[in-house]
Design a protein around this ligand. Structure first.
Ligand code: SF4
Length: 360
């Protein structure tokens, strides 16, 4: 089973953020969150992966983090070699928290976003250079088995050179996974960004070349990793794996429906999740499209593992129809594999739209 826990608390709200996150809550709110998890969390199978995301899981105090990990460790039976990931923001890390994370997780994901303080400031990301350097030094010393850094590119006030210098810095710090995102203008975010899709689209192939030149390969539209450092949790979920999601706003997938938990207030009152009931054909098309975000794409064997999968020949028929209307050079199609080329990945949204609409 792939477990996901959403920790929706943050020290402050970043200007670009459109995620479900609650800035600056008091200690008692986090305690109520932990009480509810303790009261109701029942695992549903051995854990192959666990992903603790946010929000900012490291916003919790050391005592709260201890309580949280104790709860997870005592209830979930993990498979040998399970991947346990946790997101962290540099400004919240202390030596005690890093030590606790090192004891309990196998993969740390740090939201750096930019190594340039003025760029972080422009996007309302409150983290000083001192806090960032301190966090990097703590994490380097702790030597986590795997370490991701999130970096944003094509930002206002950020030169391309500065982005590449940041990516080089991330690798020199020992990160073996880099998630590269371009911000998109979000209606719910405080910061109103100019849409600059063209700049982002031009930059991504150069980023891929740069990172691949350093042995860090693109395995998903926004994600790069050294061999063996890919995020197993995400890979499983993209391939239609089961997802047991917990916490306010968390999503899950039981093999038939996706569902999402309500926001904190309702979640604390045990309000049940909302089910996203779509037909089986639509669900299969959705899963089929999502994993085309990955460089590996689908093989007959991977497709056969999708809950309720239909035949591989049907998938070939769908993708050939989509390719004939969109341009064959975006697609890699053979009896043994369906994937998108680098160019095709740039237009994943359009490809996915065609797949979603197929036969519905
Ligand atoms: S971007 Fe991340 S750290 Fe910033 S407010 Fe949103 S969830 Fe919190």
């Amino acid at each position: 089973m792939n477990y996901y826990f959403h920790v929706p608390f943050c020290a402050s709200k970043c200007g670009y953020c459109a995620f479900y996150s609650l800035p600056g809550v008091g200690r008692e709110v986090v305690d109520a969150y932990l009480d509810r998890l303790e009261r109701t969390f029942v695992p549903c199978g051995r854990g192959e992966t666990l992903y603790i995301g946010g929000g900012t899981p490291t916003f919790l105090t050391v005592e709260q983090m201890e309580r949280f990990f104790k709860l997870l460790r005592s209830r979930i039976e993990f498979e040998e070699g399970a991947e346990i990931s946790c997101e962290a923001n540099p400004e919240t890390l202390t030596p005690e928290k890093v030590a606790l994370l090192r004891e309990n997780i196998t993969r740390l994901s740090m939201g750096v976003q930019s190594f340039d303080a003025s760029v972080r400031n422009n996007i309302g990301r409150k983290c000083s250079d001192e806090a960032l350097e301190n966090a990097i030094s703590l994490v380097r010393k702790a030597a986590f088995p795997h370490w991701n850094m999130d970096l944003i590119f094509a930002l206002p006030g950020q030169s391309d050179e500065a982005f590449f210098a940041g990516a080089a810095r991330a690798l020199s710090c020992g990160a073996d996974h880099i998630s590269c995102y371009a911000l998109t203008a979000e209606e719910n975010a405080a910061l109103k960004l100019p849409e600059d899709d063209e700049r982002a689209a031009e930059l991504m192939p150069a980023i891929a070349r740069f990172l691949e030149g350093q042995g860090v390969c693109r395995y998903e539209i926004s994600n790069f990793a050294r061999p063996g450092a890919e995020c197993r949790h995400n890979v499983n979920v993209w391939r239609g794996g089961l997802l047991s999601g917990h916490g306010p706003g968390a999503c899950g997938f039981d093999g038939v429906d996706r569902w999402s938990n309500p926001p904190l207030e309702a979640w604390l009152k045990d309000t049940p999740p909302e089910r996203d009931r779509i037909s089986k054909a639509e669900r299969l098309n959705e899963i089929f499209a999502v994993n085309l975000r990955t460089a590996a794409g689908w093989t007959p064997g991977l497709w056969a593992k999708v809950p309720g999968a239909d035949g591989w020949q049907k998938r070939l028929k769908i993708i050939r129809t989509v390719a004939s209307s969109m341009g064959e050079d975006w697609f890699i199609i053979s009896e043994g594999r369906i994937a998108l080329t680098g160019d095709g990945m740039m237009f994943w949204n359009s490809v996915a739209g065609e797949i979603f609409d197929y036969g519905t």
